[in-house]
Design a protein. Structure first.
Lengths: 260, 260
């Protein structure tokens, strides 16, 4: 079973035109596909409208109870359901899921060490991803669209990094006899050698080059966990991992391919 | 295929303890079941937090674009996903759906006559309910939990009355070789003869008694569309329609049964 897992980033989701275009490219993928999305910028906007202060430490969101409710409303509510209605309009039969739906993604609340991240969940165990349920939908030609909310199985919803969900789903499906390509889509052509030059993308990056670029601060912020999740997927059975623009999902050129 | 369709009302959803208890009773139903919910009171709370004025005409919500976004976030987001995580915790494998998910409930935007209701959708056609998708989930022992958001198939999400969704699903499944019981659950024992006396519920109500009680203003407000939807379901193939407390879903006593 060949599957394309596509993660779309916040920059594409927040702009109506870009989102529409991205979804059209997603619909053009032949065969089985899965979409994973976050949408952090929209959460900031709603937090602001509700006068709930945004709390971040080192680029990561602190998810207290009020923030969790906003995160659930935004990811699983407005963003996920708008995506589904647009996909249906494009004749892509799809279903929006948080991790609790069909028990498809379980997670474990992050331990409170030096920083208390609040209601944040990490995927840790092999059977945290319910691959049989995901394959059951795919075989019926229903495209799963996962938002970055998971559950702990004890009645609690948790905020979980969307790149990590995409990576873990790719690994679990690969370990369950699937041939998986993982595509991180965002608003750049790939991993840039120079952040100021949008054309300076690398066609390939291996782990040692990534480590070097991270050390030299050429790769920073959200690109670090994205690449970490990408290399994690590649090392654990995913056939191919790439980063680039949404119109290059089905195209091998003009994007960054991750290598061992 | 015997199916219990259960609609839970806003009064039960807004109170954490009542919701938990209602879901436990729902889980106790043997065999195939479907849950339908609204949650209007929570929408009012969020509108207020976001400084968006609440607009109602004759007890019905006027859903402008901003209100639609809040309605989607609340019904499909926070309420639906919390219900799913609680059902999973109670070992009821369930999936949260809006009408766009799996194209399960389509609707048609209400025409602007004397009142412009905004982004409100009505279920009109026989094939607006995707019974084959609902039965596909049920046969896999996945319980569908529908919120009161539908879609028009053109990329638009619409606000739709939850009683009407429950009624139309019951009819469509009945017409697709299912034996359906429709249970409206709320915070009263049934249809009351005297609104001030919670014990004054009718054990039975037929259409002419309903008409008489409506005329005499004994039945009013939201109880009118609920009973209209109930009688509509009964007249169109639903085996049994009842109204009462959530602990009486599987019990024929102490609730109001609708008769022809």
């Amino acid at each position: 079973m060949k599957i394309n897992v596509v993660k779309i980033g916040g920059g594409l989701i927040n702009d109506k035109k870009l989102l529409n275009a991205s979804l059209k490219f997603f619909c053009m993928i032949n065969g089985y596909k899965i979409l994973v999305h976050g949408g952090g910028k929209k959460v900031d906007y709603i937090l602001n409208m509700m006068n709930i202060p945004k709390k971040m430490i080192k680029g990561r969101r602190i998810t207290d109870k009020k923030t969790l409710n906003v995160v659930i409303m935004t990811y699983a509510g407005i963003i996920n359901k708008n995506i589904i209605s647009l996909l249906q309009h494009n004749n892509c039969n799809s279903i929006g899921l948080c991790g609790a739906d069909g028990n498809c993604v379980k997670s474990h609340i992050r331990k409170k060490n030096t920083i208390d991240y609040g209601y944040v969940g990490d995927i840790k165990k092999k059977n945290d991803i319910n691959t049989s349920f995901i394959k059951f939908l795919l075989k019926k030609n229903i495209t799963p669209v996962l938002c970055s909310i998971t559950h702990d199985g004890m009645g609690n919803l948790l905020n979980t990094n969307a790149d990590s969900i995409a990576s873990n789903i790719s690994i679990s499906l690969s370990n369950d006899n699937c041939d998986v390509d993982l595509n991180f889509c965002f608003d750049k052509k790939g991993v840039l050698k120079n952040i100021k030059d949008p054309e300076s993308y690398l066609s390939k990056i291996n782990f040692s080059l990534f480590q070097k670029m991270k050390k030299n601060n050429v790769i920073f912020n959200g690109m670090i966990p994205k690449l970490e999740n990408g290399f994690f997927a590649l090392k654990n059975g995913t056939s191919k991992v790439s980063i680039g623009l949404p119109d290059k999902i089905i195209d091998s050129s003009e994007k960054t391919i991750l290598c061992m």
